[in-house]
Ligand binder design. Structure first.
Ligand code: GLN
Length: 236
């Protein structure tokens, strides 16, 4: 954790990549940290602002192709996120934000450079993937079933430098077989929902990565009801 033991959460580019309600991930992380008595400081960094390199957890969300391409250009030119990752920061990226963590992606028919922080490339699928998404999470992460809502045209192909976040049991995810990816402390997913509201275990994993501390259990009856309801919807 950074100076004065405050956990710094950075929500990247709310002006470009907030169309799918992924800002809820910031609220969930801050709330779950607060319930563990961890002092939290949240910063929202717009695309015309410099990305501070001293954050502990960076969050980035989904968006349409145009803003996604612009966000990638700005993040590459800025360099702050890469410096933060080099210092061991944790990153949670969703959909457009996930694609732009990779080496390349397509937006409006053009191939665009990503940040190259995750070894993956995205192209376009024949159909748009829209609907419930579920999968069994990589056992190395020790998390329960992933649940989310996806809405994307891209398909993502993982390189040897990343592990899939989950094996798809409902929906498309990366390619109909795997969903999301992770490497080190960088994690990406196609799940909206927001993802951390539907998967509080991932929120606690991010907090553990960022603090090195074990996250004591908290009252998760409401998130559990939400998860049960959404997971039962895809079993039908
Ligand atoms: N523009 C990207 C795609 O359609 C990501 C969409 C999103 O973030 N929901 O694949």
């Amino acid at each position: 954790m950074s100076t004065e033991s405050r956990l710094r959460l950075i929500w990247l580019y709310p002006d470009l990549l907030s169309t799918y309600g992924d800002r809820g991930n910031l609220l969930i992380l801050a709330r779950r940290a607060d319930l563990r008595g961890l002092p939290v400081e949240c910063a929202e960094v717009r695309a015309d602002q410099a990305v501070p390199a001293d954050g502990d957890i960076y969050l980035i969300g989904g968006g349409e192709d145009g803003p996604q391409a612009l966000a990638a250009q700005r993040l590459i030119a800025d360099g702050g996120l890469r410096r933060a990752v080099d210092h061991g920061a944790t990153v949670f990226s969703v959909c457009a934000g996930y694609q732009l963590m990779g080496n390349s992606f397509y937006a409006k028919g053009a191939k665009c450079a990503g940040l190259g922080l995750l070894d993956l490339d995205s192209d376009r699928g024949e159909t748009r993937a829209v609907g419930e998404l579920a999968g069994e999470v990589d056992p190395a992460l020790g998390l329960p079933t992933l649940t989310g809502f996806e809405n994307h045209g891209g398909r993502t192909h993982l390189g040897p430098g990343v592990r899939p976040l989950a094996r798809v049991t409902a929906g498309i995810g990366n390619d109909g077989r795997s969903e999301g990816a992770w490497h080190g402390r960088i994690l990406g997913t196609y799940s909206h929902g927001p993802a951390l509201a539907r998967n509080p275990g991932i929120a606690d994993l991010l907090l553990r990565w960022a603090t090195g501390m074990t996250m004591e259990p908290i009252d998760d009856r409401w998130p559990t009801r939400l998860r049960d309801e959404r997971l039962s919807a895809v079993l039908k």
